[in-house]
Design a protein. Structure first.
Ligand SMILES: Nc1ncnc2c1ncn2[C@@H]1O[C@H](COP(=O)(O)OP(=O)(O)O)[C@@H](O)[C@H]1O
Ligand SMILES: [Mg+2]
Length: 323
């Protein structure tokens, strides 16, 4: 009751503003949104993309991933520049463990909704938690379809993150097919404004071998281009048995807007992770600890081990040991 009374002046303001805006449409767009957001709980009001902030964070805090930095920044800014996109944005992150895939997905959440993963419009799925039993595929398909449609109806700007796609039962993700293309209609919503992020280690062999070839040829890893990886990645992912992508129509129908390869990390990247970890603990001065941690995680003596097999994932545990 109290809330309703408080809202009356806002509603009156809104009506006056609508009348005024019929005369002066250009000037009042911003005011309209402010007042509309006071009286409504639309997710458009929570959606506050900060593209520059995202670009800066990717540039500064994501080490050794020039492809991910460029593809994600460009993909998001192109997508959000369209008032009415013709299809949703579908990003598929691939790469070894600990290379920054989850880190980038949390940056997306932070710079699009300003609330890290806490927003009600950001939905994260983890197969081991949500789809643990392959024999229940039929039920999971119904649930997932129902759930996506419900969330899109509530919020066209929903963000859906599917982590650990390599553990998802094959055949499940194809229920998303209608929502990822340009043709479908979801009642009461523009479903094409949604963003989907798939995360997996599937295809890591392809990425790692291209990075290794580059290294053996004595060339800079920044020379690796997306074109070097897209085709082999597409094939490896489509044929990856016992994963969520196996023979998926999402791949065969080309519904993924961009593949985002995460390269394996080298010793100096791991060292930067260790330095950051130490600074976060107020031990910025322990430079030798960062050096020791990076050597322990990523010994350079052996050709096979020139990349870290666990990326930066073990850094906090190793810092505990060496500090
Ligand atoms: N490329 C990177 N740059 C900076 N930090 C990284 C990078 N890769 C991993 N990390 C750090 O290592 C930890 C694990 O990374 P995460 O993003 O969860 O890896 P995954 O690729 O397995 O999802 C996080 O604390 C993250 O901040
Ligand atoms: Mg992860």
């Amino acid at each position: 009751m109290e809330v309703a009374v408080q809202r009356i002046p806002s509603v009156l303001n809104f009506i006056v503003l609508v009348l005024w805006c019929n005369v002066n449409a250009l000037v009042c767009g911003f005011e309209m949104k402010t007042i509309y957001c006071k009286i409504s709980d639309s997710c458009e009001c929570d959606f506050k993309p900060n593209i520059q902030g995202l670009e800066w964070d990717l540039y500064k805090n994501l080490y050794g991933q020039h492809l991910a930095q460029d593809i994600v920044s460009e993909g998001i800014s192109n997508f959000l520049s369209k008032e009415s996109p013709d299809r949703p944005l579908v990003l598929s992150f691939h790469g070894a463990s600990g290379t920054g895939k989850s880190l980038v997905s949390s940056m997306l959440a932070k710079y699009l909704y300003g609330t890290a993963m806490g927003s009600p419009y950001i939905h994260q799925f983890v197969p081991t938690l949500h789809f643990p039993l392959p024999e229940r595929l039929y039920q999971y398909r119904l649930n997932l379809k129902h759930w996506i449609e419900g969330n899109l109806t509530t919020c066209a700007r929903s963000i859906f993150i599917f982590d650990e796609m390599e553990r998802m039962p094959s055949g499940l993700i194809d229920v998303l097919e209608p929502y990822l293309g340009p043709l479908h209609v979801v009642y009461q919503t523009n479903y094409r404004k949604a963003i989907y992020v798939f995360i997996s280690s599937t295809g890591q062999e392809v990425i790692n071998s291209v990075a290794m070839e580059m290294r053996k040829a004595g060339r800079d890893r920044e020379e690796i281009q997306l074109q070097d990886l897209v085709e082999p990645l597409n094939e490896a992912v489509f044929n990856a048995n016992n994963t969520g992508f196996y023979k998926s129509r999402i791949i065969s129908q080309k519904l993924i807007s961009s593949y985002v390869p995460f390269l394996p990390l080298c010793q100096h990247h791991v060292k930067r992770c260790a330095q950051r970890e130490l600074c976060q603990r107020g031990e910025c001065h322990c430079v030798d600890v960062a050096e020791e941690v990076s050597r322990a995680i990523c010994p350079t003596s052996n050709e096979q081990h020139r990349f870290s097999s666990t990326g930066c994932k073990q850094v906090p545990a190793k810092v505990n040991v060496y500090l």
